[in-house]
Ligand binder design. Sequence first.
Ligand code: TXA
Ligand code: MG
Length: 355
Amino acid sequence: MYNTEVIKIKDSLIKDKAIDKIAETTAIKKAAQHLLNNEVVAFPTETVYGLGANALEKQAVSKIFEAKGRPSDNPLIAHISDKKQLPVLIEGDVTGVAEILINEFWPGPLTLIFNKSMRMPQVTTAGLNTVAVRMPSHPVALALISKVNLPLAAPSANSSGFPSPTRAQHVYNDLNGKIPLIVDGGICNIGVESTVVEIEENIVNILRPGGITRRMINEVIGDSYQVKIADTAEVNRPKSPGMKYKHYAPRTPLWIFKNENNLQELLNDYNINNRETLVILSSETLNTVDKNTIKTDLKNMGTINNLEYIAQNLFNLLREADQKSYELVLIEEVPNRDIGEAVMNRLKKAAVKII
Ligand code: TXA
Ligand code: MG
């Protein structure tokens, strides 16, 4: 058991992207000390909070799996702050489309799969011959990684299976007592995890849709490459082993409802038009419902014209739904485009039913 400490970094330093100043704060100094002692530390990234440890130390990385209750066959992403840290992690040079993607999207929410170096311990990559690497753009993450000057293995800092944390409080709720320190850097502004891609000859295969969208990738790589989202067969193989597990799920059962259906009729058909049900819906759908006949609690997720906002708040909404004792949470599907692809991917993994 740890006496978990939470230390906040000033918003103004984060807003100013003052990486050098952030690196000199007590929070980062303490975090770096823990990491050098092979301990784990939670820190913010632009996507979600990560639970970091020295990616090159077996003993440190094992503590991540332990704190999260994560299955040992689910590999971790190594986080770097400078391209100079790549050679120790990967085998061979970065060329072709990988180089284009790195130049365009790093630092940022894109994770690339490479052949791993001999130096990477098996525990980090869960025995795979490949390693996932990303360079986050959050100034606190960059300050921490450059301070310790080590690649940090970091999964999302939630208990395995639960919605990813987008606030320090979410991390605390899941991991209090299990880790020594949470660096509080405010709310993560993307809100869903990084896009994980694997490159096969002229195909960019999206193993997990995320913060960098398919459209953004398409726009930079040109016609000689094809972008696709890995299909279910591949997921089951599985290529990105984490995808086979149930994920992101609140404790309360979650159903997705299709917006081609009439909400009022669905609630009556399924006999769930009552106070024990929470309905999370778009502002567009909210405007169409008759609040006198709908008896469920209603929660506005925002307009479908701002999918970034919906993504940013998604995990917080799922976590909030758990705070009240609902028997059921219904959430409206969102358009499967842009970052909506990542939102729908997470919702489908979290949901027990689609109606
Ligand atoms: O935005 C993010 O990526 C966050 C922040 C903290 O950086 N991290 C994150 O890590 O989401 P995690 O562990 O929750 O998800 C990592 C995903 C899993 O689906 C895992 O299976 C996949 O990346 N992955 C890791 N290494 C891989 C590899 N060598 N080959 C294929 N998939 C891999
Ligand atoms: Mg995760």
